[in-house]
Write a protein that binds this ligand. Structure first.
Ligand SMILES: O=C(O)CCC(=O)C(=O)O
Length: 402
């Protein structure tokens, strides 16, 4: 397709998308429409990060949500694959096994690097793992933020809760800012939204929400959710009396520990040498991606509803990129070969159900992260996921090699 025609198609789709979002009847969309400071719908191909050198900050958090028809067309037709490829069929979710969960003793927990080195040979085979902290914070995260970050406010991003109606030669992404919130305002908005959907704001069983999330993604039309990502700060307290914050697992301190290579960086890099806060609501999501420069990531859940993660081990990264290249995007990517998939994934905008991976024999595991738990992602392990409700979460990237 010529550049001109492509541009026109994107514009046409953009207008359609704008119409869909702004004409939504649901009250959340209406409120966003009124308060939204700016709306940008960049074309998918507008910003291509350099291979393995894209910046955390600049990675768009908008999502390319993929049409089910495109997603399922690679099914080779065996009975099992047909079942996995069927219209909404929760059966595939049970086929994704949980990643390992570690319960270190106080002694083992003393040094995160020694501990991670110990579990890495086994845990890295799953791409992700959970570490349940034997220490808890004595000061709740909300209290830390209120006290240590006076007037704390953050801006969300709006994510469409649906798969896009793409055709084979067109693709767009939605990327626009949500509102500015205090923690309390965000929580009340998030709880109202959850109650609007399920009559109560309390958390429902994880398996139910996993089914609901993918069901809504596949069947949804106008719904949106908000997610505050890459917010400067951390909810680890400065008080030395707090057992977890006083430990080496405090993500503010971890990159400065003696054998973390990141301590050698002269300048602070948000999200790398300093952790970042993520504040989510029911079905806030993060797209499939690997960490910048293939770093490890370490993520602590401070409070709120659980979060589901999916992870793919690094030895299947090429296989994963191949599936993205040939089955998810089909012929849509402008750059061929492994770079095409890598580049588009680096934009952190590609979200598709893990059943596509199952259909193509790509190993994928899941974790349901609760407050008080760390999730580790290993170098070059693709991961994606969603929140089960309002939650407060800290993410940090850490050293390259264990
Ligand atoms: O929870 C999120 O939104 C993102 C976590 C993560 O995988 C990341 O920041 O790399």
């Amino acid at each position: 397709m010529s550049m001109m025609k492509q541009k026109k198609t994107v514009q046409k789709k953009t207008l359609k998308a704008r119409h869909t979002l702004s004409s939504g009847t649901n009250s959340h969309n209406e409120r966003l429409k009124q308060d939204r400071p700016s709306i940008v719908f960049p074309a998918l191909t507008s910003t291509k990060p350099k291979r393995r050198l894209h910046s955390t900050r600049n990675s768009s958090s908008s999502l390319h949500l993929l049409q089910e028809a495109v997603l399922t067309k690679c099914s080779s037709g065996s009975q099992e694959e047909d079942e996995l490829a069927g219209s909404f069929n929760p059966g595939w979710m049970d086929k994704i096994h949980h990643c390992p969960v570690y319960h270190p003793s106080m002694d083992e927990f003393d040094d995160p690097f020694v501990y991670l080195q110990k579990i890495a040979p086994e845990a890295s085979k799953y791409g992700i793992c959970k570490v349940v902290s034997p220490l808890i914070s004595s000061i709740p995260a909300g209290v830390v933020l209120m006290k240590e970050k006076k007037g704390f406010k953050f801006t969300t991003q709006v994510q469409p809760l649906r798969l896009a109606k793409w055709d084979n030669d067109d693709k767009i992404s939605f990327h626009f800012r949500g509102r500015n919130y205090t923690l309390r305002n965000f929580e009340s908005m998030a709880n109202q939204e959850a109650a609007r959907k399920y009559c109560v704001s309390g958390c429902l069983p994880s398996a139910y929400l996993e089914r609901e999330f993918w069901n809504q993604m596949e069947k949804g039309k106008r719904g949106t959710v908000e997610y505050a990502i890459n917010v400067d700060g951390s909810a680890f307290s400065r008080s030395s009396g707090d057992p977890l914050s006083g430990s080496k697992w405090n993500l503010k301190e971890l990159p400065r520990l003696h054998w973390c290579t990141l301590r050698l960086l002269e300048n602070a890099i948000p999200g790398v040498t300093d952790p970042m806060l993520y504040i989510g609501m029911l079905f806030s999501m993060f797209a499939w991606h690997v960490e910048d420069h293939y770093l490890y990531s370490i993520n602590y859940h401070h409070c709120g509803a659980p979060k589901t993660w999916y992870g793919v081990p690094s030895n299947a990264a090429l296989q994963f990129e191949n599936v993205v290249q040939h089955c998810v995007y089909d012929r849509l990517l402008s750059v061929d070969g492994e770079d095409g998939a890598f580049n588009v994934l680096a934009e952190k905008t590609t979200m598709f159900p893990p059943k596509i991976l199952l259909q193509h024999g790509v190993p994928v595991y899941k974790a349901v992260q609760m407050p008080g738990e760390f999730v580790i992602t290993f170098p070059r392990a693709y991961h994606a996921g969603f929140s089960h409700g309002m939650l407060l979460f800290v993410h940090g990237r850490t050293y390259r090699d264990v």
